[in-house]
Design a binder for this molecule. Sequence first.
Ligand code: GDP
Length: 215
Amino acid sequence: MSTIHNIEFVTSVDHPKQLPPETVAEVAFVGRSNAGKSSAINAMANRRRLAYVSKTPGRTQLINFFLWGGHGHLVDLPGYGYAKVPEAMRKNWDRLVGGYLAARERLAGLVVIMDARHPMTNLDRELLEWFAPRQLPVHVLLSKADKLSRGEAAQTLAKVRSQLGEMPLQTSVQLFSSLNRQGVDQAIDEITRLLREGNKMPPVQGESGGQNPIG
Ligand code: GDP
């Protein structure tokens, strides 16, 4: 059983100006609020409250950076899709998360968490379509797979795989449960691979003084 060992919180940012220097490859996690993103990160790190997001709509939206020693940054993006978020908060999400996803040079891939009981919502599709031009790999976790029977889970996986295949994106998809740890090893392998590829990229000018602390 693998675990993301040696992970530490780096910083929280609520404004693009506060983003940390682009010194290492990054994999970002995003999904609809309540999809199980925090639980997934905690399950992979085998920690109970590494990633924790208050469920109160209206709370400050933050991007949380974690350093996985020897690998890179894991970046926990605020969830999207609260039914009742005020317009100002939606704008803030667009500016903060949209800005990050559109321009972060060391971003090596995106992990999108979708509830396996209702995956590929309109908001999920919008996000994927919007992100497609970056030409970065997207790995989808179909979370809470423990809530589906084996047959339903297999069907969902096949359906989502086919739906993703119709989009102009390099995607992979798997079943995941933070409750019974189904798919944890597979997800960690995928993230490790994305970060390894990302760390092969040349350093971002002026950010690391030419030193890549990982690669
Ligand atoms: P986030 O808003 O995407 O970070 O979602 P959370 O990780 O906070 O999870 C939202 C709710 O789903 C919580 O009540 C979790 O306990 C529950 N949850 C998350 N992952 C799983 C899972 O794998 N299985 C089950 N049964 N429930 C889960």
